[in-house]
Design a protein around this ligand. Sequence first.
Ligand code: FAD
Length: 553
Amino acid sequence: MAKPVLLTVDDDPEVLNAIERDLRQHFRTDYRVVKASSGPEALETVHQLKERGAQLALFLVDERMPHMTGTQFLVEAIKVYPDARRVLLTAYADTGTAITAINQIGLDHYLMKPWEPPSLRLYPVLEDLLSEWFARARPSFDGIKVAGHSLSPSSYAVKDFLAANQVPYQWIDMEDEDSVRALLSGASGGAAMLPLVFFPDGSTLVQPTAIELAEKVGLQTRAQKPFYDLIVVGGGPAGLAGAVYGASEGLRTILVERAAPGGQAGTSSKIENYLGFPSGVSGSDLAHRAATQARRFGAEIITAQEAVEIRREDPYRKVILSDGSELTGYAILIAPGMEVRRLEAEGIEPLHGAGVYYGAALTEAATYRGQDVIVVGGANSAGQGAMFFSRHARKVTMLIRGPDIAAGMSRYLIDRIEETPNVEVLTNTRVVRVSGHGRLESVRVVNVTSRVESELPAAAMFVFIGTAPRTSFCANLVKRDAQGFVLTGREVMTDGRPPAGWTPQRDPYLFETSVPGVFCAGDARHGSGKRVAAAVGEGSATVSMIHQYLQTV
Ligand SMILES: Cc1cc2nc3c(=O)[nH]c(=O)nc-3n(C[C@H](O)[C@H](O)[C@H](O)COP(=O)(O)OP(=O)(O)OC[C@H]3O[C@@H](n4cnc5c(N)ncnc54)[C@H](O)[C@@H]3O)c2cc1C
């Protein structure tokens, strides 16, 4: 298989040769380095590479070039390779330009010249960007192949599970009959058994469950130890932070995640307000880094397993998993976050996974390249989704129930949406009916003030209409509020008295629930910040309270 390309562009031959030399020295095993001495020449190269079917992973471009600036070049180049990472080479004086480019073209990084020594100032940042690109672009390779219908909910579930767990696969659409017929001829059951997953060792899974897939691709699904100091439920930012801090401070730590580490944050195409990432970080990249960090400190992470109940058997705490097995430990951190709310509209259920998706469904963006899509919702997650899909779709229509987009969305996203020509915002608008034969074809909407209805043709509809805490599994044990958020700290006290069954001679710690030794952090906690940084802060802060609790058991 041809290596993906790193394209570097600079009009100064000395600088161009130096960057080419440094790139080759470090990346030549996995990437091919291609250079160009001007924007127009580089654009020609980009089109030639595309025609040859080459993969392009990174643009590393000087900003100040005659004829065409680096930013102008990138505006055109990313139309051809929208997933390639974008880095501008700038002088100190160009910082303002680079910051504008972050906003205009989603610049990933600006690199100051000179970049000596490359081991400190060049390679780490490019390695990060390339690993992010690799996880997203999933280069075609001779590994796992998934065959199915692109508009089938079960095929979508398999693709979503593999992508969320950052397992590369090659997708084979049933519509591409030749390749599928050849593959299906070797599988019992034939086309009726889709989706089929083919593995490099020659084995096949037919309509696999998440746990079957997880085990087959080598993800841990069962606990290795009989006992833990800390059991974390949920692998979003709060749970991952709990696992990182717990394991790094010597606690025997296990984290249970029903789908894939990352949680809601993992589905975000770009988190722009997380401290330390001036040009944003993709949720999947953040999740991947955090999970790697937790494992490096010795935490176990088991996926495709859901906590279905928690129990108190003093002095132990138990978590019952969906396969019937039990985890036993001293303390539990509940960090299950939120699940997306379902949209109520006529005809919607049968089209779920066949054009209707909840949340960002980033894996599906390529399927709808060049088509019209709808994004439902007016909060930041919907805004981020609209911006992401605008890179692929012909047109994105945002449907917002309220009269003003500013009511639920951050200013920076509103500005971005207003500057993007293929995004249209319809306020005061509600979905009435969803139609299509086997796949979404159109969405009927009503303007809630004028009562005028209209039919919008759409190949896909991505729904972001809010979330509810996913806490039913612990409802038997801990106190929750009317919406299902878990109460902690002073909230569990009544008239200054601790809750029934409270045994310690102290009040509950800040993030402790109505049961001693059971803590809660992140979005599922009553009164939490509902942000990545807040969840990370709570998850890590909980660990010091758990240490204090462990001294008493
Ligand atoms: C599309 C989108 C974009 C966003 N963008 C931003 C942003 O730019 N900036 C920002 O600050 N915030 C953003 N947010 C909000 C942010 O993602 C959340 O505040 C944050 O993820 C909450 O973290 P958490 O760990 O509490 O829960 P979650 O992220 O919801 O994670 C909970 C995890 O627990 C798992 N789980 C649930 N129940 C169980 C169970 N019973 N057993 C096992 N596992 C379970 C879930 O599968 C999930 O992985 C965004 C949210 C969305 C949806």
